[in-house]
Write a protein that binds this ligand. Structure first.
Ligand code: GLY
Length: 382
């Protein structure tokens, strides 16, 4: 695509789900928006399983993060309805709950803690016996000792979500430049645009960094403006079944180790995920695949009969305190939508709303106050 010559209101570096939803919501506010990404939707958005499970994914005590996740989950039905209506594309959204299953006494105790935590937040959670788990999912292993049903959780197909967001951005008049951004252009202490590989430039009043763990690679910025966001590798398998096998997203705690299985309507089952801090390494390893299949087989012994269709690895963007970085940076004109770590897909609707509000000149919504980039400056000064 040609690089637009006129100045834009907003240029966004990174067209995964976070960059795309920010673009779509900003376009709906009447802003002109250009996205820059050589391969839109090809990184974590392509590999993610798409579980929507705000309570399960966090560490106890991260209250603001929980509120953000629950707010995003609440927005999902209307968000998906609007996106599907605008694009005519199915996103694979399912609000049919998440089943946790446990194998030994320690796993059961962890699920009991999780249930009490969910109930303390007013989140529905139903404790189940092993037999009740198998009534819901007959293919579960006989050794499942008990479980927990979170009926309000769900899942979405992140590849379909990405495709729909790309269409929505296009229909709303957004531009997509399939080139790599090399630098943020800074003039008179203000971010004013993006320099592209090959030498082109896009000028804009607001520059948004939504490039996951690559935001630190951008040149041109003063030191310490961008908090360090580091990559955390996840290896993920995709299997295929032609017979009824698993009806809802299932999270196994297998003697302390964690595995999730997310079924799609087309018979695909996504199995994830490893969590490895190895820099930008995205190699698929025998050990990674073995670990996933070993734990998945404990949950669903019949899994070894399924067709193996894919294995991928991608990099989750992890901030220094594990939660997202949203809003204006200390450099005028610069904004961040970064560090979503394990929750990028869950947080897509709320991130779009928060970012569009600040990009349109509004106040930062209260539920995003704990996530501003300046929290790292404050800690450095403390
Ligand atoms: N949200 C699941 C994962 O990051 O593995």
């Amino acid at each position: 695509m040609l690089v637009p010559e006129s100045r834009r209101d907003v240029v966004i570096i990174g067209a995964g789900v976070i960059g795309l939803v920010t673009a779509w919501r900003a376009l709906q506010r009447g802003l002109t928006v250009t996205l820059v990404d050589p391969e839109p939707g090809s990184k974590a958005s392509h590999v993610a399983a798409g579980m929507l499970a705000p309570v399960s994914e966090i560490t106890y005590g991260e209250e603001p993060m929980l509120r953000l996740g629950l707010a995003s989950l609440d927005r999902y039905p209307a968000f998906v309805a609007e996106l599907e209506e605008v694009t005519g594309q199915d996103t694979g959204y399912r609000a049919d709950g998440l089943l946790h299953v446990a194998f030994d006494g320690g796993d059961l105790a962890s699920l009991d803690d999780l249930r009490r935590f969910q109930e303390s937040l007013g989140v529905r959670a139903e404790a189940l016996t092993g037999r009740e788990c198998r009534t819901l999912e007959p293919m579960l292993a006989p050794s499942v000792r008990g479980g927990l049903l979170a009926p309000d959780d769900g899942s979405i197909d992140p590849r379909r979500l990405t495709a729909a967001l790309l269409t929505a951005v296009d229909r709303a008049g957004g531009e997509l430049v399939r080139l790599r951004a090399t630098d943020v252009i800074v003039e008179r202490d203000t971010a004013v645009g993006v320099r592209l590989a090959g030498g082109g430039e896009i000028r804009a009043d607001r520059v948004v960094l939504a490039a996951g763990p690559w935001i630190g690679d951008l040149g041109g910025l003063p030191p310490d403006i961008v908090p360090p966001v580091r990559p955390v590798k996840g290896q993920v398998l995709r299997l295929k079944t032609t017979v009824p096998f698993l009806t809802r997203a299932t999270w196994g705690l297998v003697r302390g180790s964690s595995i999730y299985l997310v079924p799609r309507a087309n018979g695909e089952i996504v199995v994830g995920a490893t969590q490895e801090e190895l820099g930008y390494d995205t190699r698929i390893t025998a050990g990674g695949i073995w670990e996933l299949l070993r734990d998945a087989r404990e949950v669903l012994p019949g899994i070894t009969e399924l067709e193996f269709i894919e294995v991928n690895a991608s990099l989750r963007p992890r901030s220094p305190d594990d939660v997202p970085i949203l809003g204006a940076a200390a450099l005028p004109g610069l904004f961040l939508a970064a560090g979503h770590f394990r929750d990028g897909v869950l947080l897509t609707p709320v991130t779009g709303d928060v970012m569009a509000e600040v990009l349109a000149g509004g106040a930062l919504p209260a539920l995003a106050e704990a996530f501003t980039p300046d929290r790292f400056d404050k800690r450095a000064r403390a």
